[in-house]
Ligand binder design. Structure first.
Ligand SMILES: C[S@@+](CC[C@H](N)C(=O)[O-])C[C@H]1O[C@@H](n2cnc3c(N)ncnc32)[C@H](O)[C@@H]1O
Length: 248
């Protein structure tokens, strides 16, 4: 399937729980300040900016498939581009990096990648031995209520697009890819929004960009509105898969 483009400006204007998720994942990396860190699915560069602040002598490799996301990243980090390698690449295929990474961060991206065994092998290949991998993404049970609303409106619940893995299969795949010190958790983290414009912009931009791509323009807003109306509360029932591991 063709890679998804994102409405990167609207994305950044929303009350994203991703800000918290990114900051918490970065804290788990416990950086010393001179590392090279790969941000896999870096989006508009919010976490790359945090990383650069923690890496006075380090470097960030910012990888994403979306031109619009990377264009916002280049604007956001215009004064620091000499400390970033920006790579537009599709991580569903093996990607060769210009240098090996001491650590890999990935926030809200793994669930877009259908084959986690392949992804973890690629992450291991990108890391130096002993390097850290910290990630978070939608996990098993993610968006159950939201997906029921989506199914009621469209007949499909997104399972053909999203890969919400559980703890046991993730730990097994990490081990098979050569990781040690594996810690995998599932954490419920519902996000409450305001009904109306805010909720519907969030749904359209963050959750249903792929579904809306296939609809004619004039049908998009009514579609999003119908899904929003079917939610019992203006709450997105996120369940996050949190990963920490070390390359053996
Ligand atoms: C929900 S956004 C998260 C972005 C950022 N990490 C954040 O927390 O705001 C998911 C990101 O993954 C990227 N992505 C999805 N599938 C990808 C793929 N196959 N290869 C590279 N990037 C991909 C998207 O372009 C998008 O920027």
């Amino acid at each position: 399937m063709e890679l998804l483009e994102w409405d990167a400006r609207t994305y950044d204007s929303l009350p994203l729980p991703h800000r918290r998720w990114g900051a918490a994942a970065i804290a788990r990396l416990a950086l010393a300040g001179d590392e090279t860190v790969l941000d896999l699915g870096c989006g508009t560069g919010r976490d790359a900016e945090l990383l650069l602040g923690l890496l006075p002598h380090g470097h960030v490799i910012a990888l994403d498939g979306s031109e619009q996301m990377l264009s916002e990243l280049r604007k956001r980090l215009a004064s620091q581009l000499h400390r970033i390698t920006v790579l537009q690449a599709d991580f569903r295929q093996p990607v060769t990096l210009p240098r090996s990474a001491d650590a890999v961060l990935s926030v809200a991206t793994l669930h877009w990648l259908p084959d986690h065994s392949e992804v973890f092998r690629s992450v291991a290949a990108a890391l130096r031995p002993g390097g850290r991998f910290v990630a978070e993404a939608g996990g098993a049970g993610n968006l159950a209520t939201f997906r029921a609303a989506l199914r009621a409106v469209s007949g499909a619940d997104g399972s053909e697009l999203w890969n919400f893995a559980d703890i046991a299969e993730t730990a097994g795949r990490l081990e098979d890819a050569g990781f040690t010190d594996i810690d995998v958790r599932l954490v419920a983290d519902p996000a409450r929004l305001q009904r109306g414009e805010q909720l519907e912009a969030f749904i359209a931009t963050v959750l249903l960009a792929a579904q809306l791509r296939d609809l004619p323009d004039k049908e998009r807003r009514p579609f999003v509105h119908s899904v929003a109306e079917r939610l019992p509360d203006p709450v997105i029932d996120y369940v996050r898969l949190q990963i920490s591991a070390r390359r053996g």
